[in-house]
Design a protein around this ligand. Structure first.
Ligand code: GTP
Ligand code: SPV
Ligand code: MN
Length: 605
């Protein structure tokens, strides 16, 4: 018996034997020095924070400025999701589809076996049980991640319901997702550690059929907090397809109009395209109230009442820092005033954090995200463009009291949106569910810093799920069509809309002020649901009639307002050609309904 195996016997007494056996097998393979089963307690969390400070992985911020808060600086090569290294290893390549990287599972297992052999030497392996969704909710799902990264344990503790309560949910017949993570940086005896261990070789691998996740070489959020994108989107999209529910890269909010009627909205925008901001919207129009339910992921299923009900499977926010300031997202600024972990932001001389967009005034001196001296004359930004904050949902002042309702909230509207400088109007309503699925399927957006790649380049991001689908993208669309058909049968299908906060004028400036002014668009959406306002036909769908959105109050000129809805037939026809190419890539699984909608779009041009 090795020392590690002895340690595994210290598993909590109620741990399901399948978990214990699995942990033993992974320890046998990865050879950690120690194994710690996480209970999710406050003491454990504080101990891990203190140890991370001692190890240099976390810097404790000035408690007078930002109590109980920490800064992590990653390795400069480990700052975003690595889509080129992310794999969906279904048995059949056709189940992963044309938009995912695929490798035969047997071959991938061999590759990973070799990499994980001894990968945790010299380190502690943490066993991290978690529940996605309120513990015990019929919509919740369970998982266990093992990881050799304390940063990942701390993050998972914020982002999920982590610890003993989740473990207690797993009995001999409970389904749970095993997730294995290593930074891929074993230590030789006596070797000093670095502050952010990782490996140039990276693999983020999903086996949809066996519901497993294996991640190697990175400690960055989306690559390593496997409960989040790996489980709650990639594996969940496969499970949902089999069981008839939807896993969506969507925020969830509740909006209440001045007459007291509440609506629930799910909105899917690609990474770094405004979900957190929209979820925490502070309306600029009097009498309206917006409350937050989730900012990144929604699980939606038809409930016993026939309606589409959604939960936020997460318990925290992993939000983009740059651009977040009092003028854009005051709710977030208040939320991260304490008890927050920051990653790759800049450090002020008095031990607080700063990033581009936090304040109008730029500090005269900072330590940048790589630990270098920084002044306003420096050539690179002080904070990494994908720097983030990690914070518990209950710290959000706008959190709805129903945010963790085990039954979920009933969805009235679904919105798709991308970052589009041209072509796409501020808002349009789909004619019906099928047209709405077409809006989702043809969503495109300019690239952001949330993943590696060339910034600004336009790419298709159907349903904002391009990097997050665990199934063939066309199967994902068909699944949405099927779910909609069921909802339609009982008259319960939510209305679908498309928005674009990012259209620019010829001079390059945003035509729409965005942020709190997006409440005007949200209000219009609810008024369409109530059938209180008319709309006019456009190639994109139904758009506001003159007078139904008070753009002047938002500071938008009539000329800019018109430009926000301008139709350029030549540009749209070129885009439709590009859509043809994209749809053709889907092959024989492309749903007829999407083809029909595309033909209709062309005929309206
Ligand atoms: P992920 O966490 O990567 O999924 O991102 P997200 O979709 O939650 O995006 P987030 O709300 O964090 O916004 C990303 C960036 O877009 C930030 O820099 C915001 O300031 C900016 N942004 C958000 N909403 C608007 C808007 O209405 N207008 C403009 N111009 N920028 C916005
Ligand atoms: C995104 O990129 O969509 C995020 C951050 O929400 S990550 O968790 O890294 O995926
Ligand atoms: Mn996201």
């Amino acid at each position: 018996m090795t020392a590690t195996a002895t340690f595994v016997r210290h598993a909590p007494e109620n741990a399901d034997s399948r978990i214990v056996e699995w942990v033993e097998a992974i320890a046998e393979m990865t050879q950690p020095d120690r194994i710690i089963w996480c209970d999710g307690s406050a003491e454990e969390r504080q101990r891990m924070l203190d140890e991370s400070v001692a190890a240099g992985t976390l810097i404790k911020l000035n408690p007078a400025k930002r109590p109980n808060s920490y800064l992590a600086r990653s390795n400069p090569s480990d700052v975003a999701r690595v889509e080129a290294r992310t794999f969906i290893c279904s048995e059949d390549e056709d189940d992963a589809g044309p938009t995912n990287n695929w490798a035969p599972p047997a071959e991938m297992r061999e590759t990973l076996d070799a990499l994980f052999q001894g990968a945790m030497r010299g380190r502690t392996m943490y066993v991290v049980p978690f529940s996605m969704g309120p513990v015990g909710s019929p919509l919740a799902r369970l998982g266990v991640q093992v990881t050799d990264s304390p940063y990942v344990v701390i993050s998972t503790g914020i982002m999920t319901r982590m610890g003993a309560d989740a473990l207690a949910q797993i009995g001999p017949h409970t389904e749970w997702v095993p997730a294995v993570h290593s930074v891929g940086a074993p230590l030789l005896p006596g070797e000093d550690d670095v502050v952010w261990p990782c490996n140039e070789t990276k693999y983020i691998v999903h086996y949809p059929e066996s519901r497993e996740i294996w991640s190697y070489g990175s400690a960055y959020g989306g690559n390593a907090i496997l409960a989040k994108k790996g489980f709650a989107l990639r594996i969940a999209s496969k499970v949902g397809e089999e069981e008839g529910w939807l896993a969506a890269h969507m925020l969830l909010l509740k909006v209440t109009n001045p007459r007291g009627r509440a609506f629930h909205v799910a909105a899917g925008f690609p990474s770094a395209c405004g979900k957190t901001n929209f979820a925490m919207l502070r309306p600029s129009i009097p009498g309206w109230k917006v409350e937050t339910i989730g900012d990144d992921i929604a699980w939606m299923a038809q409930g016993p009442d026939g309606r589409l009900r959604a939960i936020n499977p997460e318990a925290g926010f992993f939000g983009v820092a740059p651009g977040t300031g009092y003028s854009t997202n005051p709710t977030a600024i208040e939320m991260i005033a304490d008890d927050t972990v920051f990653t790759n932001v800049a450090l002020t001389d008095d031990g607080d954090v700063w990033w581009e967009g936090l304040t109008k005034e730029v500090p005269a001196h900072l330590t940048d995200w790589q630990g270098r001296d920084w002044t306003p004359d420096s050539e690179s930004p002080a904070a990494h463009p994908n720097s983030r904050f990690t914070v518990a949902a209950h710290q959000c002042h706008s959190i709805a009291d129903t945010w963790d309702d085990p039954a979920g909230v009933p969805i009235d509207a679904i919105i798709f949106g991308g970052r589009r400088a041209t072509n796409v109007p501020l808002v349009a309503q789909a004619r019906d569910w099928e047209h709405g699925v077409y809006m989702g399927a043809t969503l495109a957006s300019e690239r952001t810093a949330a993943a590696e790649g060339t910034l600004g380049e336009l790419r298709r991001d159907p349903f904002a799920m391009l990097p997050f689908s665990g199934v063939h993208m066309a199967d994902h669309w068909q699944h949405w069509l099927n779910v909609g058909e069921k909802l339609n049968q009982s008259g319960n299908a939510p209305q679908i809309f498309q928005v674009n906060w990012f259209r620019r004028g010829c001079d390059g400036r945003f035509l729409w002020p965005g942020f709190s002014e997006n409440s005007r668009v949200l209000a219009w959406i609810t008024e369409r649901i109530e059938e209180r306002v008319d709309a006019v036909e456009s190639p994109f769908g139904l758009v506001p009639v003159e007078g139904s959105i008070d753009y002047a109050e938002a500071g938008v000129s009539e000329k800019d307002w018109e430009a926000l809805f301008e139709i350029d037939p030549a540009a749209l026809s070129a885009e439709a050609d590009d859509t043809d190419v994209f749809l053709t890539r889907m092959g024989p699984k492309l749903p007829d309904a999407v083809v029909r909608q595309h033909d209709e779009f062309r005929s309206r041009l």
